[in-house]
Structure formats: C-alpha cells, structure tokens
Design a protein around this ligand. Structure first.
Ligand code: SAM
Length: 222
C-alpha cells in the first residue's frame, strides 16, 4: 500500500521498535539510565541492536573499539557469545575507572581488554593481533584518523562500523548549525562520509538509524 511520506510518523515507529526490543533487554541495559543521568553518550539502542545482529551474522572473534566510555557497548558486543574478545581504548580517566568497575561487575574481565590512553597513540599496544571488526565511536572529528590508523589491522572481509555519521541531523543540514566549532566538526564528518564512500578498499553502507551508522566491509567488490 502506498502511503504519503508525511503520514508515516518516524518517531512513533522509533518508539514502537524501542518498546518491542525492550522485551529482550539484558542486564547490561541497566547502564543506559546511568549513562543518561551522567550525560555520557553511549550507542543508541536500535543502532546497538543492529550492530549485535551484524555480529551474529559476521561472527567476529576479535573486536577493536575506539571509545569505551563506561564499557556499555564493549560489554554488549561481548555478550553476543563467549568466544568474542573486545579490545577497547579510552583516554578519559574517569571513564577508564567506570569501565573497569562495570566490566568486573558484569563479569566480562575475561572477554574485554581495557586500553588506557589516546587512541591515536595506542597502535603498538593493540596491534598484537588482527581484528574482524572495528567500532569507531570516539571524537567525531577524528574518525578518519582512527580509520586510517587501525583499518590495516582488519582482516579481509572484516568490517568497520562508525557511529554518529549523521550527527544530530546536522550532517545533512549544516546550515542550521550556528556554533563555529560544531560547524567545523560537522564538516569533518561530511568529509569522512565522502571519503569512506569512495574508499577503494571498502564498500560502505550508510544507515539512517538513530544518529547514523556507517558499515564498511573490507575487500568487497563495489
Ligand atoms: N562506545 C561507547 C558506548 O557506546 O558505550 C561510547 C563512547 S563515547 C560516544 C566516546 C568516548 O570516546 C568518550 O568516553 C571519550 O572520552 C572517548 N574518546 C574521545 N576521543 C578519544 C581518543 N582520541 N582516544 C580515546 N578515547 C577517546
């Protein structure tokens, strides 16, 4: 059936799907209200469910995450199955303490390695093996640098997932941005998306879900 676009209420769809997904929430989901109260940005719920589904299909064993925050996404990825190991990098000391506490509290010490420091300086510490998946979720203006630095560690057919590629809707509509700093950052995200789309070694799919996800697969033909 054809429905005129304005008849479809995207927010209602979102609310409906969020409620539907709630039925299968795990223990780690209890950290979401904590993150909201403390204004720590964590991956949005429907994006997370999409990534977990990709993990189930793709079966990565080694995942590298840039941007741990409180450890929420790293533990969610590890929760898919016990064979998964997540190496995750965080530069903020408060977040390092909180993620350590949470990883122990939820029982993921064996599956998660917490690396402390700026991700642009941690290559030596995490390059002891290759990865099947990289999740880029740190400073948004630096996504390209993270991608360039760490994608050589990715196995063939491995995937890089980048969060916030639509950044609050500003990427598609930069003229509404007043702040000079935010505008600079949004321009960087726009440039990153263009660069990613045209990367000769990766095929990227951009998803209009939550704040925008880019899924890039290495070595696929265009
Ligand atoms: N992935 C987390 C989740 O979904 O649960 C959320 C990560 S949060 C959006 C981004 C985190 O990246 C912040 O805690 C910030 O301190 C960290 N960060 C930003 N730039 C970084 C860098 N260059 N190196 C390491 N961590 C960085």
């Amino acid at each position: 059936m054809y429905l005129k676009k304005e008849v479809i209420d995207v927010d209602k769809n979102q609310t409906y799907l969020l409620n539907l997904h709630k039925q299968t929430d795990n223990e780690i989901e209890k950290l979401r209200p904590f993150a909201e109260e403390n204004q720590v940005p964590i991956v949005d719920k429907l994006s997370l469910d999409m990534i977990k589904q990709l993990i189930r299909v793709h079966c990565p064993k080694h995942i590298l995450e840039i941007g741990t925050a409180i450890g929420y996404s790293a533990m969610q990825f590890a929760s898919v199955n016990e064979q998964i190991h997540v190496t995750t990098i965080e530069r903020d000391e408060k977040m390092q303490r909180l993620s350590k506490q949470h990883v122990t509290q939820f029982g993921y010490d064996d599956q998660i390695t917490l690396v402390q420091g700026d991700a642009l300086e941690q290559f030596e510490n995490v390059s002891t093996h290759s990865y099947d998946m990289i999740f880029i979720d740190a400073a948004k203006a630096q996504s390209k640098k993270f991608f360039e630095l760490y994608s050589p560690l990715l196995n063939e057919q491995g995937m890089v997932i980048t969060d916030n590629v639509l950044y609050h809707g500003f990427v598609a509509d930069i003229d509404v941005v007043r702040s000079r700093n935010v505008k600079q950052m949004v321009k960087k995200v726009q440039q990153y998306n263009e660069w990613l789309m045209n990367h000769p070694d990766f095929v990227t799919n951009f998803l209009n879900i939550d704040d925008g996800l880019a899924i890039s697969i290495k070595g696929e033909s265009k």
